[in-house]
Write a protein that binds this ligand. Sequence first.
Ligand SMILES: C[S@@+](CC[C@H](N)C(=O)[O-])C[C@H]1O[C@@H](n2cnc3c(N)ncnc32)[C@H](O)[C@@H]1O
Length: 231
Amino acid sequence: MSQDFQLPMISRAPVVGLYLEYSAEGLALKLADEPKLGGVQVDFGHGRSEYRRKQGGAEAVTKALGIKKGWRPVVLDATAGLGRDAFVIASLGCEVRMIERCAPVAALLADGLARARLNGELAWVDQLMSLHYASSLDRLSELGQGVDAVYLDPMYPHKKKSAQVKKEMRLFQMLVGGDDDADGLLAAARQTGARRIVVKRPNYADWLAGEKPQAELKTKSHRFDIYLSHL
Ligand SMILES: C[S@@+](CC[C@H](N)C(=O)[O-])C[C@H]1O[C@@H](n2cnc3c(N)ncnc32)[C@H](O)[C@@H]1O
């Protein structure tokens, strides 16, 4: 797998910094300076992902995408991350194409998908979820041909500082950074011709590219900005 993502192999864990560790439990992102922190993994069959799936996907993200009984849009998740949102969307029966540009994140996601395929209860993952290791700024319009909706959830600087930010988010922020070029994703998403573009933002964040959405859906901590095309 390391070759697929052009990641260098090392034979022992470093003393400082982030690294990926491959064990019998799968691939995990770890911080050498804080071994007690544990690893970050993509595990669709357990924990929060399992809980979200069992809730039946009745979440703001699925409402924002317009998913309802009898309407299962094909969705392009152009900022896939650890695939949490994509998994919830696919668990409702939607085809989800995912794009992720950060090699270690894409490797974690590919590993999570591979383990999900071995889990009989999650066999549908194989048919409904696909991953492309690429930048959406380059490939979105091509990979998004024929999709009904594009979903964007780029990183945004957190207001709360380290102690309050959960382990997973802290390691993830160290790895990925701030996605400072995210504004360009909106124009790229429009090139797909998708009828709906949904952008997830923290409540305090500005609109992506400063563009006002036609609708928005608010939760306690987030906002889903909804851009509609009537073509
Ligand atoms: C906040 S995370 C997404 C979390 C995801 N929604 C989830 O549920 O796990 C943002 C991710 O988007 C990725 N990303 C940002 N800009 C991108 C681009 N232009 N192309 C591909 N991936 C991008 C980052 O590398 C990061 O992994």
